[in-house]
Design a binder for this molecule. Sequence first.
Ligand code: ZN
Length: 259
Amino acid sequence: MELIDIGANLAHDSFDADRDAVLHRAREAGVTQIVITGSSEDSTRRAIELSRAHPEMLSATAGVHPHHAADLTEATMRTLRTLAREPEVRAVGECGLDYFRDFSPRDLQRRAFGWQLELAMELDKPVFLHQRDAHDDFIAILREHGVRHGVAHCFTAGEKERDAYLELGLHIGITGWINDERRGLHLRDVVKGIPPDRLMIETDAPYLLPRDIKPVPKSRRNEPMYLPYVVRAIAAARGESPEAVAAASTASARKFFGQ
Ligand SMILES: [Zn+2]
């Protein structure tokens, strides 16, 4: 199996002590490429630096997460525009709306989201999207900007949201949320309705450690080497082989990110 982790927060400081070992373990597990999520100005810089150090394996996104939307001033936006132009950057984002946590005021979330969608359109790069409890505003803003080339990362919603995203032309990213026997059960149905060429896979490391890993890693930190657990959970839900899910998601990711 050859896998592409389309969303790992490898710039996170929990990886500072052993990042090279993490990459090595990922390769051993068949994860040949990782797209590092940029979710702030700082993490975007780090993601680009890491991609330069490991160009055969790593690439980056450049964006500001809705949690940090209040930090996205016009000046930061100019910096982000410069960073997003770098060839290592394959998508704009993580951007979107999060009304579940509401860490930034909603009007500022909508403004930051709109700016980043404009940037993606200007640079002709796809968008890496985050949405939680904000579906109606989210889809309205995407429509308003005419966005079609994007991925709804860490999709955890239901059939209504899935169908709306698919109709718009978006891809859908599935994480280890689907491995969660408490809150991920609905996803096992939802994932059946995603066409293979729209489905991509991600760990969202260091978050969302799949709950079916045995033994449970002591650190509780998720990392790209656990991506095969996500593949197996998706395969079981869809009634396909893990190899088929791996091949389809890798082909989708290559095409999506232009790799
Ligand atoms: Zn996210």
